[in-house]
Design a protein around this ligand. Structure first.
Ligand code: C5P
Length: 220
């Protein structure tokens, strides 16, 4: 049986994770957060004193890393050498360096393979920056979600995170490998003026338009 993927891409703090979590709950899908995977590698590099901007050193360290990507309670999990970094994934240090690590082609190659493997486990909703363009380019179910930079910065502040959203977006959009882009066949969802429930409703309508069967849209 072939499993289906819903791809959700968008810039930092655009509401990807909230939407993915709600879609997963409503449609009974595995929710996969790919940002956490890039964050976990960044956390480990910093812990080991490797400069994320030194590509050769990053590649060498990556070769020795045991990355574990699994599922717990319907949601993706990530460990590095058996350790779950937990809240440290969202530390200021990781926020500041993760885009550099994510620009490394070898890092992306390794993670994209692990991300595609989730489809062996069931239907997934996966969120990130390159899900509709690189990880699952053939899925018809793609949503690009965005909100104004003012709204996105306010969301991060409300979460108590210091995160330079604009700088990260600039780096993620301008890198050579798998830059953040709107896939040509993605539905565009601006949620600047929508709350989480309204965003979910809008996404469900877009998925229905793209042919997600209406029986699948019923609450389980
Ligand atoms: O989604 P989140 O903000 O946690 O992602 C952290 C960083 O990981 C992004 O700023 C980006 O550099 C990188 N990322 C990526 N591709 C993905 C998911 C995240 O490059 N699919």
């Amino acid at each position: 049986m072939t499993h289906r993927a819903i791809a959700i891409d968008g810039p930092a703090a655009s509401g990807k994770s909230t939407l993915a979590r709600k879609l997963a709950g409503r449609l009974g899908l595995i929710m996969v957060n790919t940002g956490e995977m890039y964050r976990a590698i960044t956390w480990e590099l910093l812990r080991c004193g490797v400069d994320p901007g030194d590509r050769a050193a990053v590649v060498e360290a990556l070769a020795g890393m045991d990355l574990g990507c699994g599922v717990r309670a319907g949601r993706s999990t990530v460990t590095v050498d058996g350790v779950d970094p937990g809240p440290e994934l969202r530390s200021d240090e990781v926020n500041a360096r993760v885009s550099e690590v994510a620009a490394t082609p070898e890092v992306r190659e390794r993670l994209v393979a692990l991300q595609r493997d989730y489809l062996k486990l069931g239907d997934v909703v996966m969120e990130g920056r390159d899900i509709g363009t690189v990880v699952f380019p053939d899925t018809p179910f793609k949503i690009y979600i965005d909100a104004s930079e003012r709204v996105r910065s306010a969301r991060r502040e409300a979460d108590g995170e210091s995160d330079s959203v604009g700088r990260r977006d600039q780096a993620d959009s301008s890198r050579r490998t798998a830059p953040l882009r709107v896939a040509t066949d993605a539905a565009f969802l601006d949620n600047s003026d929508l709350d989480a429930e309204e965003t979910l409703d809008a996404a469900l309508r877009l998925l229905a338009e793209k042919g997600w069967k209406s029986t699948d849209l019923m609450e389980r």
